[in-house]
Write a protein that binds this ligand. Structure first.
Ligand SMILES: [Zn+2]
Length: 273
């Protein structure tokens, strides 16, 4: 029993909840057979798909919008090597700054969460990529807004969620983060930064490093997330296979510890941007 494993989505805020959480997800599904079939045909693993406000939540922390579903067909290619991107990436035209906003007000995020966001931004910017991030205090001008998960999702152990870039080349516009990573889980600034950086990774087109077999980081049975209509393109220069020891920041599940970009992560970031 892995009492250290936390999924970036729902599984296991605490080890003892590992099985009961998955049961809860299944019992809460309000999704038509047609949609499940379509997601399956697109290559997604239908297990654990959940209806949310914006559309559907798959792979525990990735948002597929209704609009996206209507515009994408089946895809079959499912490789099994490390580091993948979606078909849609953020267009940079040589350089692009992505602005981020998080509410610091009374009902917003704690200083620890803001520090985590700033550290995540620092990590990306230290890679000298064609994209940079900056945090701004004008919500309306932000490319990505960090919003708070619902209390219900926070309580059942969701840590964060995000989506993939748009067909127009913009990053996904919202990261939902738990506001209790410090207070309930005791995560350090670096641990919080790792989770926020993971969700930022989805927003710019990264899939899970171990998407072809979530059990590498999540434990349990072998489980392929599927290529989906979003694509799962192997990023050249990254190795075959994935391992928990390599501790990629884009592994499906986290133990809440710090995962700064490893060499392969840096290769992948540098290739895409
Ligand atoms: Zn993820």
């Amino acid at each position: 029993m892995s009492n250290l494993i936390k999924s970036l989505f729902a599984f296991a805020a605490f080890g003892f909840l590992f099985t009961s959480c998955s049961e809860e997800i299944n019992s809460n599904i309000e999704i038509s057979e047609g949609v499940i079939q379509q997601l399956e045909e697109m290559g997604f693993n239908p297990e654990g798909i959940e209806k949310i406000e914006e559309g559907y939540l798959i792979e525990r922390d990735i948002v597929i919008t209704d609009e996206f579903l209507q515009n994408h067909g089946p895809e079959t290619n499912v490789p099994n090597v490390e580091q993948y991107s979606t078909n849609n990436l953020v267009s940079t035209n040589g350089s692009r700054n992505i602005t981020m906003y998080a509410d610091e007000g009374r009902r917003g995020y704690s200083p620890a969460m803001i520090a985590g966001l700033d550290e995540a931004i620092r990590r990306f910017n230290a890679e000298n990529l064609e994209i940079t991030f900056s945090r701004i205090t004008n919500k309306r001008a932000a490319d990505i807004e960090m919003t708070r998960l619902s209390k219900r999702d926070e309580r059942r152990g969701v840590l964060g969620s995000a989506g993939f870039p748009t067909a127009g080349g913009d990053p996904y516009g919202e990261i939902k983060m738990s506001g209790i990573l410090e207070s309930s889980y005791g995560l350090s600034t670096d641990g919080i930064a790792t989770i926020i950086a993971h969700e930022m990774g989805h927003c710019i087109g990264f899939r899970h490093t171990d998407y072809f077999d979530r059990s590498i980081s999540c434990g349990g049975a072998t489980s392929n997330e599927g290529s989906g209509g979003v694509g799962a393109n192997h990023i050249p220069g990254t190795p075959t296979g994935a391992s928990l020891n390599a501790a990629s920041w884009m592994l499906s599940c986290t133990d809440g510890s710090d995962r700064p970009f490893n060499n392969d992560d840096q290769t992948a970031l540098d290739f895409l941007y």
